[in-house]
Design a protein around this ligand. Sequence first.
Ligand code: NAI
Length: 333
Amino acid sequence: MTRIAFFDTKPYDREFFEAATNRSGLELCFLDHRLSEATTVTAHGADAVCCFVNDRLDRAVLTQLRNANVRHVAMRCAGFNNIDLPAAKELGLTVTRVPAYSPHAVAEHTIALLQTLNRRIHRAHNRVREHNFSLAGLVGFDLHGRTAGIIGTGKIGRITAEILRGFGMRVLAFDPFPSTAWAAENRVTYVELRELFRESHVVSLHVPLTHDTHHFINADSLAQMRRDVYLVNTSRGKLVDTGALIAALKTSHVGGVALDVYEEEEGVFFEDLSGDVLADDELARLITFPNVLITSHQAFLTREALAEIARVTTENLHCLAHGCAFLDGTQLA
Ligand code: NAI
């Protein structure tokens, strides 16, 4: 029997993983808390841990896991910025992830955020519920004919670009590894970053968080963007320097901001804190802007994505138990 400690699990994780693991041989132990140095002890007795975006997998935690005879860290997400991969390799831990579960889910949420913000759907909905049928303050703009700048044209960026082309937008893109055939087919134009910032009415981020992309959007890049730009981030919070973003919102240089991720989301996003005082002043300030829309890291949250995450992760956990090869593209260490 392979025993797996599942950290930071929510009811929807349990539902989809229980459905995917109806085979014998895997014993799932669902834990509500996140993995950190203080909680590693709860992995004792497990052969593998299954983690998510806000679990902490630094050298200290990985060392403790190794000492507890854990062999496998199965990330049930695409991003792996929260794990110290060199340390995992040194310690001989196997690390897998789910590289693509539904890029459509994230791309579609990107568009949902953009259009909700642009057409003030969230505000209109609240008004109508109060029997306030006034339209004052709800003026948006046509996407058709405007320019979108897609930063990162991997799986999610490309689908987002294609949807925006469907709205009749001109789409510019920036990626150090351009997909030229795809761009030609979809009439997307790769440009230098400076030109993308200067031209785009909407800038959308689809890059991984790495040492190089930390604070990719900062005071300097915001200053290069056109006045009234709409910024959408459904990738990782630390791509954006929140202080610089708030400053640009206060001067009205930025016209709108839609975020599914936030720089300091750990410990806040995914939790019900409605009865608590919000200790994060920058998040509290962001929430006060009428032209900022925030969802708490839910872009991936579709039935299709959850089923695929559970399928791929479970398959790899079985591979650990039976010594067979992990699914293509899933092994990081
Ligand atoms: P991907 O690996 O298919 O594509 C990433 C692209 O970014 C690649 O084409 C790469 O060349 C490009 N890139 C890397 N560094 C760059 C730079 N400095 N400037 C411009 N482009 C750069 O990744 P995918 O699947 O499209 O996911 C993108 C990101 O979306 C993930 O890294 C993850 O952080 C985020 N994500 C968010 C989710 C959510 O629920 N909000 C769910 C899944 C992913």
